[in-house]
Design a protein around this ligand. Structure first.
Ligand SMILES: [Zn+2]
Ligand SMILES: [Zn+2]
Length: 135
């Protein structure tokens, strides 16, 4: 492995680069696999084809529109106290949660729509990420 900050060869069990003092795996200037200089915007090393930290983030980004909120908990909250908007508080949508609280889930309609959305895996949290069953 190579230091991603300065490109110096490192031992695999080294936690800090002895040349620049950066901890292993930090930086995006050099390829950790071959030590070649990286273009900070390229998704992979042009020498060896290994994904750069930028590329790895992009690959991980594919899953990032799935919420880490628990689907079953959201469903159960909505089922039992959906009319009070508690499920919206749970996912961080405090604003509409308060609205739901005062209008009893938009007179029931809002909470029924939310319930259907949750069941379809289309209900989103405050970050706009979908809450999925068995994520
Ligand atoms: Zn270094
Ligand atoms: Zn490389």
């Amino acid at each position: 492995m190579f230091c991603k900050s300065c490109g110096t060869k490192m031992n695999d069990n080294q936690i800090v680069c002895l040349s620049c003092g950066c901890s292993a795996g930090t930086g995006s200037e050099f390829c950790a696999n071959c030590g070649g200089k990286l273009n900070p915007n390229s998704v992979a090393c042009l020498n060896c084809g290994v994904a750069s930290s930028f590329g790895a983030a992009q690959i991980q980004g594919k899953d990032s529109n799935v919420s880490d909120k628990d689907w079953l908990i959201t469903l159960l909250i909505c089922l039992f106290v959906g009319g009070l908007g508690i499920h919206r508080f749970y996912v961080g949508k405090t604003g509409t949660g308060i609205l739901w609280l005062f209008t009893l889930g938009c007179f029931g309609i809002g909470s029924i729509i939310d319930l259907i959305m949750i069941l379809c895996g289309k209900f989103t949290d405050a970050d706009g990420k979908e809450i999925k069953h068995g994520k």
